[in-house]
Design a protein around this ligand. Structure first.
Ligand SMILES: Nc1ncnc2c1ncn2[C@@H]1O[C@H](COP(=O)(O)OP(=O)(O)OP(=O)(O)O)[C@@H](O)[C@H]1O
Ligand SMILES: [Mg+2]
Length: 472
């Protein structure tokens, strides 16, 4: 539920709450300590003054009658009956120590630690001792005429109380943090559930499953978001279905166009070869017999010249027919057709073209794949002849278990292939046609080219079904 690695929403809420609670708890503890300290000190001082005043009142009688024994007992009783009173002592008005509660001897420094100013009702001095802070409270006896009473109160119980209260508050804060976190986990899980649901459906739709919908029942903003999301998903589904249908129709049409084009080329090539070629051959035979009857010395007779023209026309027609649709491709298959095409191309353009074939089987591949690869290589070589200014060209055709791959590579001037491939408006049809043909055969087509670094064309067509040995 909580994805720590991805810093889930719940975790962020929890972290936020933790910070707030810790800060809040610390502030409360510190504030409480300050308030309690002030309150307690105030109370202790008041109590100390009250004890000292009472002691001063009772001590005056004993001092007046010089009863120092009872004065001593009174001082000891005062100390013994109050837990936080650490000591008490009485000093005469001329500074003489009259009685004290220290069992093991009086620390003389105490006599000067807290001097009562004249006319003062009391005076308080904070003494730092080994036992902690002690507040020495001095109160005059009989307006100071009989001496001064000192009572020392320890802040030990204050610190103990503060410690206990701090511990209690700390425990309460930790308990509040724990309860808060548990509640946050629960609430965050509930709050983020619709978000997770939307994320799940978005993922499914992105992966192509347009049937998925978000199931969020709440009537709040999340519910509205989910409904809007579902409406959008419906719309997207409809659009994708329409797009798919259109794409299927386009592919179907394109397939038909290409098949019709190939058929037409085949028909014209056959016509050129069988009809026009035959006619020209007959013409040449006729011209030959005419030449034999023509006296060799006659300049009027230009039969040989005409025969040469007819021969050139016959050659042109033959080349045209092969270019349109070589019968060798239908009869013997892709590799012999490519070998012939490359040989003719080499001769026609004077380019060094290497053809490497790696054919792991004797069988032929489906005819439409042969035609596809043949046409792509043909267009690639035509482009090289027209634009590349290349010195070396290589054509590699590989067939393995997975499929058929053709690579046409040149070391020419190269070009910006991305620009051409992204321009669907262009009337340059060669590269787009190659891509369409490869895609119709279920394959892929890639160009790697950059200005000055030559061009490489990759075509890979998978062979899924059984192998065909002839017409497609
Ligand atoms: N091997 C190559 N070397 C350099 N430039 C190339 C190469 N192949 C293609 N091009 C560039 O890419 C452009 C597009 O090529 P494409 O085959 O699509 O169109 P075309 O040959 O100009 O026209 P069409 O093929 O429709 O007769 C070419 O005009 C050329 O500039
Ligand atoms: Mg072209």
């Amino acid at each position: 539920m909580i994805k720590v690695g991805r810093q889930s929403f719940s975790l962020k809420i929890m972290a936020l709450l933790l910070v707030v609670l810790v800060m809040f708890g610390t502030a409360i503890i510190l504030q409480t300590r300050v308030i309690m300290n002030n309150l307690f000190t105030d109370q202790q001082v008041k109590r100390g003054i009250s004890i000292a005043t009472m002691l001063a009142a009772r001590a005056s009688n004993h001092i007046l009658v010089n009863n120092y024994y009872d004065l001593h007992e009174l001082v000891k009783d005062t100390q013994a009956s109050n837990d936080d009173v650490k000591y008490a002592f009485v000093v005469s008005n001329d500074g003489e120590l009259l009685a004290h509660s220290f069992p093991g001897g009086f620390p003389v420094d105490l006599l000067t630690a807290n001097t009562l100013p004249a006319q003062a009702k009391h005076n308080i001095a904070e003494l730092n001792t080994e036992e902690g802070v002690i507040r020495d409270i001095a109160v005059p006896i009989f307006d100071g005429r009989l001496g001064v009473v000192h009572v020392g109160l320890s802040d030990g119980s204050l610190r103990a109380t503060l410690g206990n209260t701090t511990r209690q508050l700390l425990f309460d804060t930790l308990a509040a943090i724990f309860v808060g976190l548990v509640l946050t986990i629960f609430l965050a899980s509930r709050i983020t559930k619709p978000i997770r649901e939307l994320a799940r459906v978005t993922g499914a739709i992105t992966a192509g499953d347009f049937t998925q919908r978000a199931y969020v029942k709440s009537n709040d903003e999340m519910g509205s978001l989910a409904s809007a999301f579902n409406v959008m998903a419906d719309y997207l589904h409809r659009l994708m279905t329409e797009l798919k249908q259109k794409e299927e129709a386009r592919t179907h049409l394109l397939q038909k166009v290409i098949v019709a084009q190939e058929e037409e080329r085949k028909r014209i090539a056959r016509e050129l070869h069988d009809e026009t070629g035959q006619t020209l051959s007959s013409l040449m035979i006729g011209l030959k017999s005419l030449a034999e009857s023509c006296p060799s010395s006659s300049h009027e007779c230009r039969v040989e010249e005409m025969r040469a023209v007819a021969k050139t026309a016959l050659g042109e027609i033959h080349r045209l027919a092969v270019e349109l649709r070589p019968s060798i491709l239908d009869d013997m298959g892709l590799i012999p057709a490519l070998e012939k095409y490359v040989a003719d191309f080499r001769a026609a353009h004077g380019l060094d073209v290497d053809l490497h074939v790696s054919w792991g089987s004797d069988n032929r591949v489906p005819h439409e794949i042969e035609v596809t690869v043949y046409r792509i290589v043909q267009e690639a070589l035509n482009n090289i002849a027209k634009y590349a200014k290349a010195e070396n060209v290589s054509v590699i055709v590989t067939r393995d278990d997975r499929g058929l791959e053709a690579i046409v590579e040149d070391d020419g001037i190269g070009f910006d292939a991305d620009e051409i491939m992204l321009d669907n408006e262009s009337n340059k049809l060669g590269l787009h046609g190659m891509r369409e043909r490869a895609s119709l055969a279920g394959g892929t087509f890639t160009i790697e080219s950059s200005t000055g670094h030559g061009t490489t064309i990759y075509v890979r067509i998978p062979l899924t079904g059984g192998e065909s040995g002839g017409e497609g």
